[in-house]
Write a protein that binds this ligand. Structure first.
Ligand code: SAM
Ligand code: SF4
Ligand code: SF4
Length: 325
C-alpha cells in the first residue's frame, strides 16, 4: 500500500477516511449483498484483512487513474415527520415536532439530488452502494413508491434500504413497487417490541407477515437496545478528544442528506436544520459548480462541527422510550 500512497501522494486523512474505511465498508456491503440478494460471491471473513487490502488498492487505482468516485452509504432523510416521539432518537426527530416545522423531501427534490450526484458535470459519482430511506418515519411519505422506483432503476445504486418503525403497514402500491425490484430493495424493521410503552402502536408481526407473503426481503433484530444519547450542546471537547471521538464513531459511516445538503451524519443534518448549530462543513448539493471537488474534500477532515455537540454514552437503554409533549 505504501508504494501507492507515495505514488499518488495521498494525504493520510484522505487515505484513512476515503480509501481504507471505504474498503472496509465495501467489503461489508459485498458480503451482505451475497447473503441477502445472492449476488456476487462469498468473501470469507477469515480472510477479511486480505480483502480490505485488495479492495483498497483497487479503489485507489480506480480513483486516480479513472476518476472513479464512490459513496458507500447515505441516508436520505425524506421526512422529519414521525409516528413516534422517541426521547433518545439519534436523528432528533421529536425536536422538529416541538418546533412545529418539518422538512420534507419531495419526489422532485429526491430526483434532483440523485441526478446531480451522478451527473458528470455535478458530483460525477460512479456509485452509491447503499441508499437508506429514513426520517422520521419514511412510510408517512406519500411519494415513497416513486422515490424507491427512481432509485431502483438507477444501476449505479447498489441497494435501497427502507428503515421503518413498523407503526404503519405498507400500502398495496408500495408493496407492488418493491416486488418489482426485489433484487435490490429491502426493509429494515426496527424492533421496538421490547418496549412495553408501545404496546398497541406497533404492528411489528403484521408487517413481517405482509413482507413474507409478498416475498419481500427484510432484516430485523431481536432484543434491540439503544445508545443513550446526550443532550445536543457544546461540550467544549479539546481537539484530540474530537479526533478520537470521530475516529471511533460508527455513525460516521453513513452520510446524511437533508434539504439539499450532504452531512457527515444524521446529527449534523438535524442539528443544522433545527438551528441548533450552523454547519459550514456540509456539502451544498444545489447549484454547486464545485460539487465533485467538494465531495472529495469532504473526506479530508478529522472531525466535523457537529461532533463538538455530540455525546453518545456507552450506556444502553430500552429502545424508543417516548417523551411527553
Ligand atoms: C432515526 S430512525 C428512522 C427510521 C424509523 N423511524 C425507525 O425508528 O426505524 C433510524 C434508525 O436509527 C435507530 N436509532 C434511533 N435512535 C437510536 C439510538 N439512540 N441508539 C441506537 N439506534 C437508534 C432506530 O432504531 C432506527 O433503526
Ligand atoms: S427513532 Fe423514534 S422518533 Fe426517531 S425517527 Fe424513528 S420512530 Fe421516529
Ligand atoms: S456528530 Fe460526529 S461523533 Fe456524533 S454521530 Fe456524528 S460523526 Fe459521530
Amino acid at each position: 500500500m505504501e508504494e501507492l500512497i507515495k505514488k499518488y501522494n495521498i494525504e493520510p486523512v484522505f487515505y484513512r477516511r476515503y480509501f481504507r474505511y471505504g474498503a472496509e465498508m465495501l467489503y461489508a456491503f459485498l458480503l451482505q449483498n451475497f447473503f441477502l440478494f445472492k449476488k456476487g460471491k462469498f468473501l470469507n471473513p477469515i480472510k477479511k484483512k486480505e480483502y480490505f487490502d485488495k479492495l483498497c488498492r483497487e479503489e485507489i487505482v480506480n480513483f486516480y487513474e479513472n476518476g472513479f468516485l464512490r459513496i458507500p452509504k447515505v441516508d436520505f432523510d425524506i421526512t422529519t415527520r414521525c409516528t413516534l416521539k422517541c426521547k433518545y432518537c439519534s436523528n432528533m426527530m421529536p425536536k422538529f415536532r416541538q418546533n412545529g416545522s418539518h422538512v420534507e423531501m419531495s419526489f422532485d427534490d429526491f430526483k434532483y439530488i440523485i441526478d446531480v450526484l451522478f451527473d458528470s458535470k455535478g458530483g460525477g459519482l460512479n456509485r452509491i452502494d447503499i441508499i437508506q430511506l429514513i426520517g422520521g418515519e419514511p412510510l408517512l411519505h406519500k411519494q415513497l413508491p416513486e422515490i424507491i422506483e427512481y432509485a431502483a432503476k438507477n444501476d449505479k445504486i447498489g441497494v435501497i434500504k427502507i428503515i421503518t418503525n413498523a407503526t404503519i403497514l405498507p400500502s398495496e402500491k408500495l408493496i407492488e413497487t418493491i416486488k418489482k425490484y426485489n433484487d435490490k430493495v429491502y426493509f429494515y424493521i426496527s424492533n421496538y417490541s421490547t418496549n412495553p410503552e408501545l404496546k398497541g402502536l406497533l404492528k411489528f408481526e403484521e408487517f413481517q407477515k405482509i413482507l413474507d407473503e409478498n416475498k419481500i426481503k427484510y432484516q430485523t433484530m431481536q432484543d434491540l437496545s439503544w445508545d443513550k444519547e446526550g443532550e445536543f450542546k457544546d461540550y467544549h471537547y479539546d481537539e484530540q478528544t474530537l479526533k478520537q471521538m470521530f475516529a471511533s464513531c460508527v455513525r460516521s459511516s453513513c452520510l446524511s442528506i437533508i434539504n439539499n445538503k450532504l452531512h457527515i451524519c444524521a446529527k449534523s443534518a438535524s442539528g443544522n436544520e433545527l438551528g441548533l448549530i450552523d454547519v459550514k462543513d456540509c456539502v451544498n448539493l444545489k447549484d454547486n459548480p464545485n460539487l465533485r471537488q467538494d465531495i472529495i474534500d469532504f473526506y479530508k477532515k478529522d472531525y466535523y462541527e457537529a461532533c463538538k455537540y455530540c455525546a453518545i454514552s456507552e450506556e444502553k437503554v430500552i429502545p424508543a422510550q417516548q417523551v411527553q409533549m
